[in-house]
Design a protein around this ligand. Structure first.
Ligand code: GCU
Length: 444
């Protein structure tokens, strides 16, 4: 009995000690996060900001979900008008003049500039194993992309990536890469029941394609405290960002581009048919990846919300003020914070439909869940409108838009070269994977 008591005390001590360590590391992240945020506000000369609304339906300052109050603006920036007011009537003017203007605005004001001469990444296959995805024999490569840090050796960046392809494929296969959550090593993920329907990985393998997972946190931490580390910190030699320096979304997108560099050298991958997928903040990252690296053939952008496919200036669900706050500003350029005070979202020179337009003419699938399950934070109508207003650019380039401006019944599958589908589930891409694959098969 005494032994048992001592045992319980030891376990209790150990678990509270690790809870303490966890708490103090979280406190220290919060501390350095606030310091970095304040430094950026000082650099921008911002003294006060408008707070964002709350996502909690019972909060006093709950985010607006009344459609009649969602559109305080009269128009959106026009992707087909040049900065000098001239119309864009041809594909040439789009490619040569207008597209670079939009890229410049997103770079300077919204996501930040990806530096030009970033260090080299050397990809190493750490292991190669055979296994089964359902009934199909597959090969999985675990890779590490070691970023050359000779310019600033105290910061190490090692990008983690896995690639799984059918073992018996005779030709190079299309691959869809996901921005994946990395679970701690000791985290026991529940097993999928044996009779559950095929998940996204199995669906891709059944199609004869491959899948890859890249782990954003190994490229750039998901908090402001980490901005002086990771690839952003390495490129700045450990110093704080300038107002138009890149944020985490651009950094994650850069990592995805580096993975694509690797796929171009791997004979099992058809690098002309590589897609990018992500949910939520990683949906934003997937859209940014697609928009800025034209080698990506297709995008599956799930529940990306504010900072993603949602029209930013819509007053519905999550607001620019939320993303500009100390818990999310690190995704964006410092300049973005200005639009939460003194400026307003309406002052932004660009909006989300133009980010989707940067993907044109390549196919892109915008996905969301049911507000009954997912909630209204992501703003399903806002993401739909992002897709709608990207349409004119797709059409100019000879492609199909959504072919409607009316928000469809749930589960309607709109598929031009821009696709949209709202599934009946929550904050996930899962129920839309089979539709995305159907969409991708038109091209692959
Ligand atoms: C928060 C955030 C969203 C983000 C989401 C997620 O809800 O406000 O912008 O997409 O987290 O990544 O899960």
């Amino acid at each position: 009995m005494r032994k048992l008591l001592i045992f319980i005390q030891v376990i209790f001590y150990l678990s509270s000690a690790s809870a303490q360590t966890f708490k103090s590391s979280r406190d220290s992240i919060n501390h350095f996060n606030q310091i970095d945020y304040q430094q950026m506000l000082n650099l921008l000369g911002i003294e006060s900001l408008r707070p964002g609304p709350s996502g909690s339906p019972t909060a006093e300052n709950v985010a607006n979900v009344d459609e009649s109050k969602a559109t305080p603006y009269a128009s959106l920036p026009d992707p087909l008008t040049l900065n000098n007011g001239e119309p864009v009537n041809t594909a040439e003017v789009w490619w040569d003049k207008r597209r670079p203007q939009i890229v410049e605005d997103f770079d300077r004001e919204i996501y930040g500039r990806t530096p030009k001469n970033l260090p080299k990444v050397i990809w190493e296959i750490v292991s190669e194993t055979k296994g089964f995805e359902g009934e199909i024999l597959v090969i999985t490569k675990q890779l590490i992309g070691r970023v050359d840090n000779s310019s600033f050796p105290t910061i190490e960046v090692n990008i983690e990536l896995t690639l799984t392809t059918p073992a018996n494929a005779k030709v190079a296969v299309p691959v869809i890469m996901e921005f994946g959550f990395k679970f701690p090593a000791n985290f026991n993920r529940p097993e999928r029941p044996a009779n559950s329907p095929p998940d996204w990985k199995q669906q891709l393998i059944n199609e004869g394609w491959g899948y890859a997972i890249i782990y954003p946190n190994t490229i750039q931490a998901d908090n402001g405290a980490g901005l002086k580390e990771g690839i952003i910190g390495l490129s700045n030699k450990g110093q704080a960002r300038k107002v138009d320096d890149w944020g985490a979304l651009k950094a994650w997108a850069w990592g995805a581009s580096k993975a694509l560099d690797y796929f171009e050298t791997d004979p099992s991958v058809d690098a002309k048919k590589v897609g990018i997928e992500g949910v939520s903040r990683y949906g934003k990252a997937a859209l940014v990846t697609m928009a800025f690296d034209q080698r990506f053939a297709i995008g599956f952008i799930a529940s990306s919300g504010q900072g993603g496919a949602k029209i930013a200036r819509r007053v519905y669900g999550e607001q620019v003020e939320n993303v500009a706050s100390s818990s999310e500003y690190h995704w964006m350029a410092g300049n973005y914070i200005k639009y939460a005070g003194p400026l307003t979202p309406n002052d932004m020179p660009v909006d989300a439909h133009e980010l989707i337009a940067l993907c044109a003419p390549r196919p892109v699938f915008i996905s969301c869940g049911s507000p009954k399950v997912e909630g209204s934070w992501v703003d399903d109508v806002g993401m739909f409108l992002g897709a709608v207003h990207a349409g004119p650019v797709y059409k100019l380039l000879g492609k199909q838009d959504l072919d409607t401006t009316k928000f469809p019944e749930i589960e309607t599958f709109l598929n031009g070269d821009i696709a949209f589908r709202q599934h009946i589930g929550g904050h996930t891409a899962a129920p839309n994977w089979s539709y995305f694959i159907q969409f991708a098969k038109k091209y692959f």
